[in-house]
Design a protein around this ligand. Structure first.
Ligand code: ZN
Length: 257
């Protein structure tokens, strides 16, 4: 079916153009998109248009999204897979956008068989094979994004890549068993160091939430990799190197200027 998909994608690109004014507005709101080569910029724009044609973006509870809003979600979602390819987002179609942070009901049975239930308030969520859920309030926090703060889109789509090997565990697909073991060695050492800093109450460069689980460390560090790469490289050079090889991008070099 590869040819059919290629044909559909070519048709999408023939019918849609990425408006220059819109791109300039996106760069103001998402300054970490600066520094791409002409080729990368064209590829990112193409990916974003195809992404919007193939995925189902659904605002809920009365939320209305403009063309700018949709394209900005798509640009951020496509940045991590810019060198990997759109196929990395195969296997699911839905993106649900809530107006604000949303509540989800959790239930878990503990080791002695007692059922616990609680509400979680979330800015984003993603499931293996399921939709990505985002909070527009968290997503629209342009000041925070521009300052290299939390980025819920990069976060949830990093989880999606991590989940390609099953449960999110902080280890996205690796080319070999040796590469996987190397990843775990370097990544876990940085994660452990980060957790000790959080436990000791030290100020950390990454959001302390990243200490919850290896998967959260991967997602939060991925946000920093694209938004504040030089700081990530300084704090966690080992993890930065793993991410550079995995994402096949070197944002610290392109955002240096
Ligand atoms: Zn997360």
């Amino acid at each position: 079916m590869g040819w059919l998909r290629d044909w559909r994608r070519k048709r999408v690109l023939a019918r849609h153009r990425f408006d220059d004014a819109l791109w300039r507005r996106a760069l103001t709101r998402l300054p970490f998109l600066r520094g791409l080569s002409a080729d990368e910029e064209r590829r990112l724009k193409d990916f974003a248009l195809i992404f919007l044609a193939e995925k189902q973006l659904t605002p809920v509870h009365g939320l209305v999204l403009s063309d700018d809003d949709r394209l900005e979600i798509a640009l951020q979602a496509c940045l991590p897979i810019l060198a990997l390819g759109l196929d990395w987002y195969d296997g699911w179609v839905g993106i649900v956008v809530h107006p604000a942070d949303f509540k989800v009901q959790r239930a878990q049975t503990d080791e002695v068989g007692v059922q616990h239930e609680w509400d979680d308030e979330l800015a984003g969520e993603s499931w293996p094979g399921g939709p990505v859920v985002l909070s527009w309030e968290a997503l629209d926090d342009a000041g925070s994004v521009a300052a290299g703060g939390a980025n819920v889109v990069l976060h949830e789509f990093a989880h999606k890549l991590d989940m390609m090997t099953g449960e999110a565990d902080g280890v996205p697909p690796q080319p070999s068993r040796a590469a996987r073991e190397r990843w775990i060695g370097i990544f876990d050492a940085d994660f452990d160091r980060f957790c000790s800093d959080v436990d000791a109450g030290r100020r950390t460069f990454l959001d302390p939430y990243a200490a919850e689980h290896e998967a959260e460390f991967f997602a939060v560090a991925s946000e920093a990799f694209f938004e504040a790469p030089n700081a990530l490289k300084r704090e966690f050079p080992g993890t930065y190197g793993l991410f550079r090889d995995f994402y096949r991008q070197d944002p610290a070099t392109r955002l240096q200027a």
